[in-house]
Design a protein around this ligand. Structure first.
Ligand code: DGY
Length: 330
């Protein structure tokens, strides 16, 4: 069996794969593999361990050829996969859900707290030598406790964010295509029938929806205009869910208070992007799942998915069950 890993990742996964005795090749770099090199290196592979930076589309599948059985993404999101094209060729796709849920929600909540209490601006103020006295008007932010947390998406990570909000005695309102009456009954979260209702009501809006055609620029100028002028937008999902020009205009005009972004569109954000000129826009480089423990767990799970498929067993976390069934592994 021939396996290709598209980047340096925590050792645990590659070690598991090497432990099988299969031929394991790796793009041993912290940089994105150039597309042409990727297409060369996947040729003839049975499995590829990919990152969200690699598009797994018809071109990739053609380059890999008929031996390819599984592509294991080191991410829960898999918008880099052309799932229909994979399923049509019986190529199983897998992702890394569950293991990163709490770590991702921790970061989303950190962005919420940092933007509400103006931590980046306050740190810069200290570093710039401007701290001369205690000031009653200095860095007055927004309260987190007892505020309303609005969630767009109540999947695993949305629900983990809700739990964090509840810990700060926040009121939690949410919109999701799938209503979670179980969570409403258990925790008192309140369902709203549309994204717009959440935007109008929330003090903090946190996005937890996958990226797909229907969520492209879900948060646009019209919807940003529905938010309170004191409200804060948190995006730890995918950059293109938010229209960046509309977000810049809203932040610059002060029609919303701040934004905390773990993800941008494009990624990485170019240094001349106008969002980088704003004090009220905190941007970090797509690190929501980046804890030592969680990245190890993601690496191990991606490797386990490959090992299962190549040993003729169902993967732990497939994204296209039809391909698993077509291979007789269900
Ligand atoms: C994911 O898993 O989809 C994140 O964006 C990367 O951890």
């Amino acid at each position: 069996m021939k396996v290709f890993i598209t980047r340096n990742i925590p050792d645990v996964g590659p070690e598991k794969l090497r432990g099988t005795g299969w031929h394991v090749d790796q793009w041993a770099s912290d940089d994105v593999i150039p597309r042409a090199t990727l297409l060369e290196r996947v040729a003839g592979c049975d499995a590829v361990l990919s990152l969200l930076t690699e598009k797994v589309d018809a071109e990739f599948l053609n380059a890999a050829g008929p031996n390819l059985k599984v592509v294991a993404n080191l991410a829960v999101g898999f918008d880099n996969f052309d799932v229909p094209a994979m399923t049509a060729r019986q190529v199983i796709g897998t992702n890394t859900p569950e293991v990163l849920t709490d770590t991702t929600a921790d970061l989303a909540f950190s962005l919420l707290m940092a933007t509400a209490r103006m931590l980046p601006q306050a740190q810069k103020y200290v570093h710039d030598g401007k701290w001369t006295t205690w000031g009653p008007l200095l860095f007055r932010g927004q309260d987190i406790h007892h505020a309303t947390l609005g969630l767009i998406g109540m999947g695993r990570i949305g629900a983990a964010m809700a739990r964090r909000g509840a810990g700060f005695e926040m009121k939690v309102v949410y919109y999701d295509a799938y209503r979670r009456e179980d969570l409403e009954a258990q925790y008192g979260y309140e369902y709203r029938g549309s994204v717009e209702e959440v935007l109008r009501e929330a003090d903090f809006v946190s996005l937890h929806t996958p990226y797909m055609p229907s969520t492209h620029h879900l948060i646009n100028a019209e919807r940003l205009a529905m938010m309170k002028s004191t409200a804060i937008l948190i995006n730890s999902a995918r950059g293109p869910i938010v229209d960046p020009t509309a977000l810049y205009n809203a932040l610059h005009a002060g029609t919303i208070w701040a934004a905390g972004l773990d993800v941008t569109s494009p990624e990485p954000i170019p240094l001349d992007d106008p969002l980088l000129t704003l004090d009220n826009c905190l941007i970090v480089p797509h690190i929501a799942s980046a804890s030592m423990h969680t990245r190890d767990a993601m690496s191990a799970l991606a490797a386990d998915n490959i090992i299962n498929v190549l040993r003729g067993m169902a993967p732990k976390t497939p994204v296209n069950r039809d391909a698993v069934a077509a291979r007789g592994l269900a």
